[in-house]
Design a protein. Structure first.
Ligand SMILES: NC(=O)C1=CN([C@@H]2O[C@H](COP(=O)(O)OP(=O)(O)OC[C@H]3O[C@@H](n4cnc5c(N)ncnc54)[C@H](O)[C@@H]3O)[C@@H](O)[C@H]2O)[C@@H](O)CC1
Ligand SMILES: Nc1ncnc2c1ncn2[C@@H]1O[C@H](COP(=O)(O)OP(=O)(O)O)[C@@H](O)[C@H]1O
Ligand SMILES: [K+]
Length: 509
């Protein structure tokens, strides 16, 4: 699903009104009507007190429409207008008058802290103060009102955006931003729904398709792509009946050190479970017996170093090399990594200590084969890019980095983001159970395996991140967030593939 900028959405709004021959008021009625429908379906005529807090722009207009429809359906509704200025939007005003027309009590005007409504934990608050038109941080008593609503303990449903949340900026601590339990948003999710410092304000969310002009949206370049099952399914390459292991490539997993051999076994097992034809693990000598015993499907080559990698040498050349898990950063390992970078021509996957070595030796960056995939978690990313001001600055720096070194970055997080040049792919699978040792090693193995099966490195990164998260979701559904470990993610990669085609006649062929 495409994620658009606020400017693009405003433009889509205009185009829609023109092409569909409707008024902006009719579009508001359509959009807010869908919000009403969702609320009505959930509340099912329950007699919960509903308090709608409206601003004076179109977000407030949406709040008024929802209020009118709820009143008409017999709900117990109080409407408040945050009356911080006289400059009300046209569609706000016409819907303000319509409240009078249905004979409902006139909305209460709030002019300062003394007017704040009583709010109780059992109330259902609809936040329609600011939407995507926010142009400065809320101040004074309006900011106080937002803090007051947050502190009430009421269930908060935000329309379009939690009020006070910008679409291109992360809030500073203490800023006035509604902390929604649920957000109903129009047409497309916003980038801030997926970033670590902003997602917490959004709560759970749902996208309502308000029928904005399809042609405009299809042609508009996306700010980012959200990767869900539909998108992931399109990336899948079917396996041919008359194929053999040679068709699915040879993955080589290089890493490990004394006490950290488990990491490479996880990556290798993940590569096998993702369908690589052949997997070789290249390990320090101390890993030999362990690896041969726990993973009979993999071949093992040992380094001359007993406890760490010292002189990486192998034959024949694999299709793709994954480097770094558990490797440590001793001087000898750094040196042999440098020679590996110099002699490798095809795209690599670089994770964990491989990334730390790149950060400690910035001169190595230009040696990375083009189109390689780097998979940092937030700390590794910071070592690689330097500090960032906020999530937006982080993404800007990541884009610059991938442009400069012609590589692909997978920024691992709750919603991992694959960055390639100016393109962002936001993953929508995964869960907090994956915050467990070795989960990242598994991802590195899945990406490597897909590259060995001739997926383009960018596609491999995006698809692997989806499958990895989905495998984690399936594992969590059986074992709980707490009970799952990285090996369970590996064990459910197959189920993640099968899930792609559930409820779909096409099947895996
Ligand atoms: N774009 C779309 O697809 C649609 C948008 N609609 C609604 O329209 C909203 C956007 O409406 P608007 O552009 O009128 O903007 P909002 O209603 O989000 O805007 C805020 C209004 O308050 C002012 N303002 C902004 N920040 C302020 C601050 N910190 N303190 C005081 N005043 C501030 C602005 O000048 C503007 O007048 C959307 O979020 C959505 O709810 C829907 O009605 C219909 C479809
Ligand atoms: N809260 C979460 N929600 C979704 N995915 C998560 C969450 N926490 C971690 N993950 C995923 O788990 C993996 C953890 O990787 P990493 O931190 O490198 O672990 P390790 O170094 O132990 O292997 C990443 O792919 C990350 O996206
Ligand atoms: K809002």
């Amino acid at each position: 699903m495409k994620i658009f900028t606020v400017q693009q959405l405003a433009e889509a709004d205009k185009v829609t009104i023109e092409k569909q021959g409707i008024t902006s008021e009719e579009l508001m009625e359509r959009a807010a009507g869908l919000v009403f429908k969702e609320i009505h379906a959930r509340l099912n005529n329950e007699s919960v007190p509903i308090k709608i807090i409206c601003g004076i722009g179109n977000n407030g207009g949406d709040g008024l429409v929802v209020g009118r429809l709820l009143i008409e359906h017999g709900y117990y509704v109080s409407i408040y207008v945050v009356n911080f200025t006289k400059e009300r939007s046209r569609d706000f005003l016409s819907n303000y008058n319509k409240i009078k027309e249905i004979g409902a009590p006139w909305p209460t005007l709030l002019k300062g802290a003394e007017d704040f409504p009583e709010l109780h934990p059992k109330d259902f608050v609809i936040d329609a103060i600011f939407g995507i038109g926010l142009n400065r941080p809320p101040e004074g008593w309006v900011a106080d009102l937002i803090h007051y609503i947050n502190a009430s303990g009421a269930f908060i449903l935000s329309i379009d955006m939690p009020s006070g949340l910008f679409s291109t900026k992360t809030p500073e601590p203490g800023d006035a931003v509604i902390k929604a339990n649920y957000t109903l948003t129009f047409q497309a999710p916003k980038l801030v729904y997926y970033l670590p410092k902003t997602a917490e304000f959004v709560g759970n969310y749902q996208v309502l398709n308000i029928g904005l002009d399809y042609e405009y949206l299809a042609a508009a370049p996306a700010e980012a792509q959200l990767i869900d099952k539909e998108e992931a399914k399109n990336l899948y390459i079917p396996r041919k009946n008359f194929s053999h292991k040679g068709d699915y490539g040879h993955s080589m997993i290089i890493g490990g050190s004394y006490g950290k051999i488990g990491s490479i076994s996880l990556s290798a097992k993940a590569a096998l479970r993702t369908g690589a034809g052949l997997v070789t693990i290249y390990s320090p000598e101390c890993g030999y017996e362990i690896l041969q015993s726990i993973l009979p499907e993999a071949m093992v080559i040992i380094d001359e170093g007993e406890k760490e990698l010292k002189n990486i040498q192998f034959e024949p050349e694999p299709d793709v090399i994954c480097f770094g898990m558990g490797a440590g950063i001793s001087a000898a390992t750094v040196k042999t990594f440098e020679s590996l970078l110099k002699k490798t021509k095809s795209p690599m996957v670089i994770d964990a200590d491989g990334l730390n070595m790149l950060s400690n030796n910035k001169g190595f960056l230009k040696l990375i084969p083009k189109n390689s995939v780097l998979t940092p978690h937030p700390k590794e990313l910071e070592r690689l890019l330097g500090e960032w001001k906020d999530d937006f600055d982080k993404l800007a720096k990541a884009k610059e980095f991938t442009n400069k070194y012609e590589v692909i970055l997978v920024i691992k997080d709750a919603h991992s983001i694959t960055v390639s040049g100016d393109n962002l792919y936001i993953n929508n699978t995964g869960n907090p159970g994956m915050a467990t040792a070795g989960a990242g090693d598994v991802l590195a193995g899945v990406i490597t395996s897909l590259i060995s099966q001739k997926y383009e490195p960018l596609i491999a990164a995006v698809f692997a991140t989806y499958l990895h998260g989905k495998a984690g979701d399936i594992a969590a559904s059986k074992l709980s967030y707490q009970g799952m470990i990285a090996g369970d993610i590996v064990d459910n990669i197959g189920a993640a593939f099968l899930d792609l085609f559930k409820n779909d006649d096409r099947g895996m062929e």
